[in-house]
Design a protein around this ligand. Structure first.
Ligand code: GCU
Length: 793
């Protein structure tokens, strides 16, 4: 069962002028409406329509098959509502479409025996249809797409039943009927791909002929079902010119931009029965930030052409209101997730809307630097000529192969003392830790390592977009899909929607503990290498069987995992699209920020015990989990899996991945710009703090540091153990237990008696084998309560 759309908070309405106002001196701006918008059942869609547009077209309800399904049966229910809606809002109402080869019932062209009717019969039917439909809305529908798509891609006449049975003059006749039915209505010829030179030439010829014959045609409709790279600005420009020269008005009638891969080029026959592979449907969850920006730029360039031709153009109509409505989710193949319009699936404005609305304004585009350029920019700011290169973890024979020799692993054994104040005094009581020393450590991590979260990060409105009752691992559960819309009204060219999902036992009697994973999104068709393959029962099942809930948050929905993305995502939004400063946050801090915002949501959800929310993350997300746990004291426990360098591993260790690797252009975006110094003029021992102090920031809360073995040497299991051990004094100062070991233990030794816990499993680079240990550790804190859960077996 599905009960959707419980809106927790009001969606953010960007403080932007409406499209119809922005372009009021240029042309009307409109949208095609579906049934749910016409009947105002889609309240979000209807609100967008009334605010943004001053002209509407029915996407389907006036097509022959819908309005006139049987010879003697017309159904005007929806069309009447459509026209009323337009009148209610004082909109220019367009009718679509009278003559087309699609969505026209077969009976139109056949007699009772199924044979093709003759010319006179078809003309008679056409006249009757047009008189009935156009006549009904005489004076109310102001313009009609009389003939739709009469041309082939090469500019010749399409051999439609209309053409074959009536002959080429079917167009003339249709226009004449429509004119007769409502002499005041504007009449249009509407078609797609008229930007193809051959098709355009054919259309010019056709329209010239119609005009010469005195056909009362007012405008040509360029459908503009565009791709990201087609038609070019020059094609569009030339096309509008070509038709304007004929003395016709030019309307943009079905505007959208397909962002998904096509198997064919414009001009070829699109096949709707192509099988949808993951490669053909790559953005099932969200449109990547970089694509979102490219889409905004695409819309801006198109609108610049339209505005340039404002003297020829009366109207620009989008083919749909919000992305979820678009026909392009089902064409040219069914069941894809497309993003062709200005409003997203939540009904919120996309950067493309801001781009159009601010076409001439000073709104500055996000800087577009690739990772190398941004990395170099930071080096310049730091006055560093070059960095020491990282080590090679793949080839043991490489000259710069990673070190795996313990004898060489500890060049800087002296670690900064977490309990020594900057003024040289020793911290001997909890109060001094909380009031002074902790803040010193945080400041060092902020400035030198992970970067600062800016003061002006906009707020997040959480919306439950779907609530589903289901059975998972034989346990009845409630799963919610929740989206955190970040207020981007200060810089609408960047949008951030945090993706969160929460599953809790349906029969819990009260709020339950929740373990939240910071999850990878693997590319389409991805397969785990053997060393990372999940083992044992899924972690979600293990968590649920404790009577707890599980959640996943998608870090890349907060911040992209690359340097080129730093002017987008939450970092870019807070910085209005400009490159970040040296002590500004990097991706790890941004991901951790996202996890904290998810916890904000949990505090509002009655099914969650927000004081018992644990975190889990692996590898780069293991690093992020440790950062989140260290910085946000509301998190109750953390499972930090194979976090390695920039996670729980001591920066001062020479084993596997090094500071130099993290500082390279492939990974520097995780960190503050200042971190690069330690692979340049400075070295590891110059870092004012090290990983043991990050773990110490988690104190007194329990934290489990996890590593693997085979294939997981890169993360430095021992370097993480040493850090966990060296955090001990802070735990003890706060009345908690340390790791209880100082010697690196044998693989699979379980150290979970203290509040800092550690275990190296014998598997590879995966959290899998350590889940049972973590849950055993967590059970000590999240007392299991059987009464909270009823299982069906
Ligand atoms: C690379 C990187 C690690 C990181 C890992 C991952 O191996 O060097 O630091 O943890 O990717 O996230 O999978």
């Amino acid at each position: 069962m599905l009960f959707c759309g419980l809106v927790l908070c009001f969606p953010i309405v960007a403080q932007q002028r409406a499209l119809k106002d922005v372009f009021k001196d240029d042309f009307m701006v409109g949208a095609a409406l579906n049934r749910r918008q016409i009947f105002e059942e889609d309240t979000r869609g209807a609100a967008i329509v009334s605010k943004q547009f001053n002209t509407i077209t029915p996407e389907n309800v006036l097509k022959w098959a819908l309005v006139h399904p049987k010879p003697d049966a017309y159904d005007f229910t929806a069309a009447d509502r459509f026209v009323k809606l337009g009148e209610k809002h004082g909109m220019f109402i367009v009718g679509h479409t009278l003559v087309w080869h699609n969505q026209t019932p077969r009976w139109v062209f056949q007699d009772e025996k199924g044979n093709a009717v003759d010319r006179e019969t078809l003309l008679q039917r056409l006249r009757e249809h047009i008189f009935t439909v156009v006549g009904r809305y005489k004076g109310r529908i102001k313009g009609w797409d009389v003939v739709n798509e009469a041309l082939n891609q090469d500019g010749t006449m399409r051999q439609s039943p209309w053409f074959k049975i009536i002959g080429e003059d079917y167009l003339e006749r249709a226009f004449a009927f429509a004119h007769e039915a409502d002499p005041s209505a504007e009449l249009y010829y509407n078609d797609y791909d008229l930007e193809l030179p051959a098709k355009r030439a054919g259309a010019v010829e056709l329209l010239k002929k119609l005009k010469a014959a005195g056909v009362p045609i007012k405008a040509v409709g360029l459908q503009n079902h565009n791709l990201m790279d087609w038609p070019s600005v020059a094609d569009e420009d030339a096309t509008i010119d070509a038709f304007a020269k004929l003395g016709l008005r030019v309307n943009i009638t079905e505007l959208d931009v397909d962002v998904l891969p096509r198997t064919t080029k414009p001009g070829a026959d699109y096949a709707v029965d192509v099988e949808v592979t993951p490669q053909l449907n790559p953005y099932t969850d969200r449109l990547p930030d970089a694509m979102q920006l490219q889409l905004a730029k695409r819309y801006a360039e198109l609108f610049r052409v339209y505005v340039k031709h404002r003297d020829a153009i009366d109207r620009v109509t989008f083919w749909g209101v919000a992305d979820g409505d678009s026909w392009l989710n089902n064409w040219p193949m069914k069941g894809r997730t497309n993003y062709p319009l200005l409003f997203d699936r939540y009904g919120l404005a996309k950067p493309a809307l801001a781009a159009i609305v601010n076409l001439d304004s000073a709104l500055k585009w996000p800087a577009e630097l690739n990772a190398e350029q941004d990395h170099q920019r930071l080096l310049d700011l730091l006055h560093i000529g070059s960095l020491r290169p990282g080590v090679n973890g793949n080839d043991p024979n490489a000259p710069n192969a990673a070190n795996y020799d313990e004898a060489k692993a500890n060049p800087y054994p002296a670690l900064p003392d977490p309990l020594l104040l900057k003024n040289g005094k020793r911290v001997t009581d909890a109060k001094t830790w909380w009031n002074k020393r902790r803040a010193e450590i945080v400041e060092d991590f902020d400035r030198e390592i992970y970067g600062r979260v800016p003061a002006n990060v906009p707020k997040v409105d959480w919306e439950v977009v779907e609530t589903k009752r289901e059975v998972k691992y034989e346990i009845p559960v409630v799963t919610k899909r929740i989206v955190g819309h970040v207020d981007n009204s200060a810089y609408p060219l960047v949008n951030v929607d945090i993706q969160l999902s929460l599953t809790t036992p349906a029969n819990a009697v009260g709020p339950v503990p929740v373990i939240m994973e910071l999850s990878f999104v693997f590319p389409p068709g991805f397969r785990f290498p053997a060393s990372m393959a999940p083992t044992g029962p899924p972690w979600q099942q293990q968590v649920l069987s404790k009577g707890w809930g599980y959640a996943t948050v998608i870090p890349t929905s907060v911040q992209a995992d690359n340097g080129a993305g730093l002017t987008l995502g939450i970092i870019g939004l807070a910085n209005k699209g400009q490159p970040r400063g040296l002590d500004a946050w990097g991706a790890l801090r941004a991901w951790a920020w996202g996890a904290s915002r998810a916890l904000d949501y949990f505090e509002t959800d009655k099914s969650v015990d927000a004081r018992r929310v644990g975190l889990e993350g692996h590898s780069r997300y293991g690093k992020a989990v440790l950062v989140a746990m260290a910085y946000d004291q509301r998190f109750a426990i953390a499972f930090v899996s194979s976090s390695g360098a920039a996670g729980a591993k001591l920066h001062r260790r020479n084993w596997g991945e090094l500071v130099e690797n993290i500082a390279s252009s492939g990974e520097y975006h995780w960190m503050a710009g200042n971190y690069l110094k330690y692979a340049g003029a400075l070295t590891w021992k110059d870092l004012p703090v090290d990983a043991h102090e990050l773990i110490a920031l988690c104190a007194p809360r329990p934290v489990f540091i996890s590593a693997g073995d085979k294939g997981d040497y890169w993360v430095d299991a021992k370097g993480m153990f040493l850090a966990a051990a060296a955090a001990g004094p802070v735990y003890k100062l706060l009345g908690k237990r340390d790791l209880g070991a100082t010697e690196f233990p044998a693989i699979e030794t379980t150290l979970i008696d203290g509040d800092v816990a550690y275990r190296q499993h014998s598997g590879g680079h995966t959290p899998g084998p350590n889940w049972p240990t973590f849950l055993e550790f967590a059970s000590r804190y999240f007392t299991k309560s059987h009464s909270q859960l009823t299982q069906i077996h």
